[in-house]
Design a protein around this ligand. Structure first.
Ligand code: HEM
Length: 479
């Protein structure tokens, strides 16, 4: 590898910690955007001892995710992912290879295909109706003459996405476990998956994770998770033997694929548990954040909200929103895309890793280089977007830019062979939820807060949510 070429890309770093002092804690996507302003859309950091390439423009993202996708398709095996996802034997964290290819094919063709997503229409409509009912109850005045109560809409949105993913994956077959226990375990795992271990940056310092108690915590949560997944799996195995006639869920699908393909697929029960839990890890927080940011931006931009509400009520008529009407709600869809342009739920996508040496823009890049793609910065790049920092859904009304990453200026779901396979699942639910929220309520900020003082700011963390949550007053819509 030509060291001189590598040097041009590299930002000067300190011994031992590399460039970590330049990143600090939280808001990593903002700090990396700042570095890109000084060092260009492609630069190399050293995070601890790990060489990390940072990509910050649409053109470079196209190089990495399209032209050289076959090289940039590995995944670094992060510590807490190894601990919880059976040594990364799921899809999302798995190294690139034959086993990943098999799991991915099952997910794309069987579990998350448009046809299978369609089959969950009733489930989505039921849960969207339940969201509306819960908001009505929570916001009702305590007594006649009292004011409407403010509702924590963020919490209810997470509840919605959690329930839809859980019912799609497991139906009601949780092996006798209370749904709340599974939900709490899931939350504990999510918290740990967002933790960066010392050994992720300094592989030789693995003992520090042990000393700091991360090892013990990870083992404890992983064992709890395995217990709940095992119980759900056993109930599914039993019910498939007894053919109880209940409508099939995604775990049932998975079991039949493995049974039918028999020897061809070398998947065991660990692969099955890893794959099914991936849907929770990848689908819940991401989808709820997409909905939450869209509502927040519409509150901040009441004129845009009025336009969306008008469209939704015109298309839906008096009967309420039906899923098949969503295709005619282009303004609603544009508002959701615009929210995801400004606030991609996974701002740095999921890190990739090069699987062999390569050349990018005449720079030599070594195998096993970690790769971060700053989708957040790309979505706000003023070279690509006019008035890039403003919420202007109109920009998605008159073009064909979609979630399929044909245009690398807009890549909330990433692209290429490791791109998100859950686009249909996520967007169908997000659009339906948003349409219902716009159709059934007029939204106001709680007393004492006006639109100017309402801050659309993010929490810290790798996948930021709205810092203060959406606390809103929901009123029946004016005729
Ligand atoms: C708005 C919601 C969502 C967003 C923004 C999103 C975004 C992403 C991103 C950025 C990646 C990384 C892709 C890469 O490395 O190139 C990813 C991977 C993945 N997503 Fe999603 N996702 C969403 C919803 C979902 C849903 C609902 C599911 C399934 C139920 C899902 C399943 C997956 C899986 C399995 C992977 C791993 C793919 C692989 O490594 O081969 N996602 N997603």
């Amino acid at each position: 590898m030509a060291a001189a070429q590598y040097c041009h890309l590299r930002i000067r770093h300190l011994p031992v910690i590399g460039n970590m002092h330049q990143l600090g804690r939280g808001f990593l996507h903002r700090k990396l955007q700042e570095l890109a302003r000084h060092h260009g859309s492609l630069f190399l950091l050293r995070l601890g001892t790990v060489p990390t390439l940072v990509v910050s423009s649409a053109a470079m993202a196209g190089e990495v995710l399209k032209h050289q996708d076959h090289v940039f398709c590995g995944r670094p095996q992060q510590y807490t992912a190894r601990g919880h996802m059976y040594g990364c034997r799921d899809i999302g964290f798995s190294p690139y290879g034959e086993r990943w290819r098999q799991l991915r094919r099952i997910a794309v063709v069987q579990l998350l295909s448009v046809k299978r997503v369609d089959s969950f229409r009733v489930l989505r409509e039921e849960e969207a109706a339940s969201l509306v009912a819960r908001i009505r109850t929570a916001s009702a005045p305590e007594n006649a003459g009292a004011k409407r109560r403010a509702v924590n809409v963020s919490d209810l949105i997470v509840s919605l996405t959690y329930t839809v993913v859980s019912r799609a994956a497991f139906g009601n077959k949780l092996g006798g476990m209370e749904p709340q226990v599974f939900r709490e375990t899931t939350k504990e795992v999510f918290d740990l998956l967002g933790t960066i271990a010392v050994s992720d940056m300094f592989p030789r310092l693995w003992w520090v994770d042990w000393l700091m108690g991360l090892d013990a915590r990870t083992k404890r949560t992983a064992s709890k998770l395995d217990d709940v997944l095992e119980r759900a799996l056993q109930e599914h195995e039993k019910s498939s033997e007894s053919n109880d006639g209940e409508a099939g869920d995604l775990l049932d699908d998975l079991l039949s694929v493995v049974k039918e393909d028999g020897e061809g697929l070398k998947l065991d029960r660990i692969d099955i548990k890893g794959l099914i839990f991936d849907l929770f890890v990848a689908g819940i927080d991401t989808t709820s954040k997409a909905i939450e940011w869209a509502v927040a931006e519409l509150i901040k931009n009441p004129r845009e909200m009025a336009k969306v509400q008008e469209e939704v009520s015109q298309v839906a008529g008096t009967q309420g929103v039906l899923e098949e009407q969503l295709g005619r709600m282009s303004r609603l869809q544009a508002a959701l895309k615009e929210a995801m342009r400004l606030h991609p739920p996974v701002p740095l996508l999921i890190p990739r890793e090069t699987i062999q040496d390569t050349k990018l823009q005449s720079y030599d890049i070594s195998a096993k280089t970690r790769v971060i793609i700053n989708a957040w910065a790309i979505g706000r790049d003023s070279e690509s977007w006019e008035n890039a920092e403003e919420f202007l859904p109109d920009r998605f009304m008159h073009n064909t830019i979609d979630y399929n990453a044909k245009d690398f200026r807009f890549i909330p779901f990433s692209a290429g062979r490791r791109g998100c396979p859950g686009i249909a699942f996520a967007t169908r639910l997000a659009e339906l939820a948003l349409a219902n929220l716009m159709y059934h309520f007029d939204w106001e900020l709680p007393e004492g807060q006006d639109v100017e003082s309402f801050e659309v700011v993010e929490s810290s963390g790798l996948s930021p949510a709205l810092k203060f949550g959406l606390i809103l007053v929901a009123k029946p819509p004016q005729a």
